[in-house]
Ligand binder design. Sequence first.
Ligand SMILES: Cc1cc2nc3c(=O)[nH]c(=O)nc-3n(C[C@H](O)[C@H](O)[C@H](O)COP(=O)(O)OP(=O)(O)OC[C@H]3O[C@@H](n4cnc5c(N)ncnc54)[C@H](O)[C@@H]3O)c2cc1C
Length: 432
Amino acid sequence: MKLSGWGRYPWIEAAGVSFETPEELAGYLKTSAAGIVHGLGRSYGDSALNEHVIFSRRFNKIIHFDDATGVVTAESGVTLAEIIATFLPRGWFLKVTPGTKFITLGGAIASDVHGKNHHQAGCFSECVLYFDLMLPGGNVVRCSRDQNRDLFLATCGGMGLTGVVLAAAFRLQPVKSAYIRETVIRCRNLHEVIDLFEENKSIDYSVAWIDCLARGDKMGRSVLMLGEHAKTGRKTPPPRPSLSIPMNLPGFCLNQYSVSWFNHFYYHRQPEFVSGRLVHLDPFFYPLDKINQWNRMYGRHGFTQYQFVLPKAAGRDGLRAILSRISAAGLGSFLAVLKLLGPKNENLLSFPLEGYTLALDFKIQPRLFPFLDKLDRIVLDHGGRLYLAKDVRMSEQTFKQGYPKWTELHRLRRSLNLITKFNSLQSKRLGV
Ligand SMILES: Cc1cc2nc3c(=O)[nH]c(=O)nc-3n(C[C@H](O)[C@H](O)[C@H](O)COP(=O)(O)OP(=O)(O)OC[C@H]3O[C@@H](n4cnc5c(N)ncnc54)[C@H](O)[C@@H]3O)c2cc1C
């Protein structure tokens, strides 16, 4: 079958198996060639791609819920959308959620995803109590902060390279309603938006859309969105997706001029300031989920998301350096999202560092990768790194400099014989 990540680049020919029980998976692992788990394929690049893939989606039962503590135990193919649909009407929501709910529990752990509240709540692994991990011989080990700690720290953020996550127990947060109280502020430039992120650190959720083509004293002009769970309102389940992109749009639709026009229009459409309006949590957290297959918008060559983090001290200078390169190159992105990240955790490959992260979508075109190589240099020179869940092209050297704990993962993979069983196109490219 043909398979790709969310960026629809690259497409590869892969052989896949699905499993519904641990026994089926163990039988497969004992005889199979090296492969990688594939959840819902929402990682943008090649982290869930290999010639052999193991689809986890059918391993998807919710096993237990404790409504005194909010702890759910579920199989790793369950999606965050299913968790929300089941528990939101009962007054519970995820403690950490990325910008799409169409990902599996296994994918949330393996990428150690972060949300708009990383500065307050950390990564997804912060709410994970334990998970069961299947190793190459089919044996299952329970991993937590106290039990098999080295495997816990390597698996959260470990991009499927330590084994297959089976069931996991994780904590939800109680909410009084399905609504968010949102404040929207239009910011004139990068300094203003960063100052406002810092001033509003006590607010649970913050995220900014940023116009990456604006120059001069408008560089980094943005729309900042702040949110907190509303204390009142119904616990209605999320609405269904309503729109769809039926086919690849022609690549020429997205160019410097259309992006620049869109950014201008979007920025000026926003009111200067809106305080405390009520919005359903679905459009607040998952604005893109409303459009099915929106990834076709970038045309048949696909796209990639370039997401990096810079430590706080270097953040303003680094962001300015990168934004000026982007606007000078005219390689604009509709979707440019800036977030504040809190302190890093102990996991070997989790992405966040205390600072600012910017994520930009770019359609694939011949001059893109040489350009991104130059941005990589700026990111590394400012002490930052790139997010593995979005990556499809970084070099081994960029990875190893950004993630110095890769050596610990490599040692563990060698000692447990994981290298011969769990590999992705990404892990081979990065030499893990
Ligand atoms: C619109 C959109 C918005 C997003 N926003 C954010 C965001 O705000 N924050 C953020 O952090 N991420 C974000 N992401 C990225 C996404 O959350 C991650 O890539 C996530 O890992 C995807 O999960 P998946 O189930 O689709 O896994 P896949 O993409 O299929 O796989 C991702 C990785 O997880 C591994 N994996 C999956 N299941 C298992 C398992 N059972 N055991 C072991 N390894 C496993 C795979 O091998 C692979 O390495 C976004 C993605 C999209 C498309």
